[in-house]
Design a protein. Structure first.
Length: 539
């Protein structure tokens, strides 16, 4: 890769300053020498290790500012390799398009780049490596060594041990239980800088030794850094993110956070910490397919939200099957409509499956497909079927909350991908499909002819905390939610022709209500009421 122009000495110095926070002191001179050598030899390569630990704001806007800084000193032919300890960068569709130099950039992303003073034509080629090892980042390595902890401990355990030991060393251990309310709640309101007086008010007089209200006398000083006159912030955002997760582990606190003006600020790291907490692991999930009323963590990694489900609902354990839908077909009127039709159903629609679209024309007649999902069914037909059974379609919020559970997990079974538990493109190809190019090359030409839906009960491991089965992959599922276009509805969960990264519990799309696809099915819910004083939900 040859730069458009040969950078000058000032640009070298600027790049060094930009890279310096991400380099260990002992290696900085050597890394800078390598950087200079590569540019002088006609190749520009920039490596940012654990970039999420140094970016000023873990959001698309924050990373875009980093890209703008790099674009100022590197050419479009340069290569930037970044590593990240969390999945934010890989999970953000907009940022992923920027990282994937071979994919077309969205119009919205181009507008954001121009708004930030970045010429899209000059943006370097970005590549991302997810750091999977718990001791792979500078923060984790440093704390593991300083605390003399065994290698391989989760980041939450490492940070928790540092907080506990810091306070114990100051005989202030009782303060730890007050930290989530003081700092975790503040993080959700996007407040990361605190005055010393704030600390005194939130934690009490025991937060300072000798009655002195100054930085050196604060028992939390090893965890903090000065942030202006008489103000402090945590030395790393991960500390406050852990405290935010501890705060959210209490359902009452989730309700309070959901009510914050403008919504709570929840990062992917907060979600990951929450999923690792014992309180989240012990959260209610009886397996009876009942989603309790409450506040749930939903949305994609780059824009996590806290949203409240106002009343309990019972989900179908499985997607509606061919056998169930056949009973509905037998009850249809002669013209293919039914007494259960939506009042706004367009004229001329029939609830009989679109056989021209079906992979198997006898799909609804052959008993061997009885346990397969009912696909090639449009939204209007899904609505009528649900009414036929005395049920309804779930909202997109209910669907995602039932799939993710109280901890906001990435997959119904947890945070780790599992090819054995999901019907998706990676399984049909036999290896991970990380980029769009890999999907197009390895799946879209050959495997797509073999891939299809499978029986709804084939993967017992694909089970949400509430006992709802197969909510990731196999087929997308209709919901009752429409966005800007009332002729479209939200579908959830991904299907057999999507890669693993696109069949997470947060995966959503929109599909025209009149549409019928081999990759779209549905399941139903029924409304419940809680018996006062018992906490039990009843129909």
């Amino acid at each position: 890769m040859v730069p458009d122009t040969q950078p000058g000495a000032l640009e070298f110095e600027y790049a060094a300053r930009l890279l310096a926070p991400s380099m260990a002191v002992a290696d900085r001179a050597r890394a800078y020498d390598l950087f200079l050598y590569l540019i002088r030899s006609g190749t520009a390569l920039c490596v940012l290790d654990a970039v999420d630990e140094g970016v000023d704001e873990p959001s698309p806007a924050g990373f875009l500012r980093l890209f703008a800084d790099l674009a100022a000193v590197l050419s479009a032919e340069s290569a930037v390799v970044m590593s990240s300890r969390v999945s934010f960068l890989a999970d953000s569709p907009q940022v992923r398009q920027l990282l994937d130099s071979g994919a077309g950039r969205s119009e919205q992303l181009v507008e954001q780049m121009y708004a930030n003073g970045v010429d899209p034509a000059r943006v370097p080629h970005f590549h991302l490596v997810r750091l999977a090892e718990p001791d792979a980042t500078p923060l984790e390595k440093r704390l593991t060594a300083a605390l003399e902890l065994p290698s391989g401990r989760p980041l939450a355990d490492i940070l928790g041990a540092h907080i506990t030991r810091t306070l114990a060393g100051q005989d202030a251990g009782e303060i730890e239980q007050r930290l989530p309310a003081a700092f975790g709640q503040a993080f959700l309101a996007e407040r990361t800088v605190f005055s010393l007086l704030d600390l005194h008010r939130g934690l009490g007089a025991t937060a300072f030794t000798d009655g002195r209200l100054d930085f050196d006398a604060c028992v939390l000083a090893p965890l903090l850094r000065p942030a202006g006159a008489d103000h402090v912030a945590f030395v790393h955002s991960a500390y406050q993110e852990l405290l935010a997760a501890r705060y959210l582990a209490d359902p009452a606190h989730r309700d309070a956070a959901a009510a914050l003006p403008g919504g709570a600020f929840v990062t992917g790291q907060v979600r990951a910490f929450l999923a690792s907490l014992p309180a989240a692991a012990a959260a209610p999930g009886s397996g009876d397919c009942v989603l309790p009323a409450g506040t749930y963590l939903v949305g994609p990694a780059e824009r996590l939200l806290l949203r409240r489900v106002e009343r309990p609902v019972r989900f179908d354990r499985h997607a509606v099957t061919v056998a169930r839908y056949r009973r509905f077909l037998e009850a249809l009127d002669i013209d293919g409509t039914s007494p259960w039709d939506h009042p706004e159903q367009p004229a001329g629609l029939t609830h009989r499956p679109w056989t021209d679209r079906l992979r198997k024309p006898d799909y609804y007649e052959d008993p061997r497909y009885d346990s397969y999902p009912a696909v090639c069914v449009n939204w209007w037909s899904a609505y009528a079927f649900a009414a036929f059974e005395g049920k309804r379609l779930p909202t997109a919020l209910e669907w995602e909350a039932a799939a993710r559970g109280a901890d906001g997990r990435l997959f119904p079974w947890g945070d780790d991908p599992s090819g054995a538990d999901v019907n998706c493109a990676d399984v049909w190809v036999g290896r991970p499909l990380v980029t769009y190019q890999a999907w197009y090359r390895d799946f879209a030409e050959d495997a797509v002819r073999r891939a299809w839906v499978t029986p709804v009960d084939r993967r017992p491991g694909n089970r949400s905390p509430f006992g709802v089965a197969d909510m990731a992959g196999n087929c997308w599922e209709w919901t009752s939610t429409s966005l800007s276009d009332v002729g479209e509805a939200v579908i959830c969960g991904g299907s057999y022709d999507n890669p693993m990264r696109a069949v997470q519990t947060s995966s959503k799309g929109v599909y025209r209500k009149r549409g019928a696809s081999n990759a779209v099915g549905f399941r139903c819910v029924e409304d419940l009421t809680e018996t006062p004083g018992t906490g039990r939900a009843e129909v």
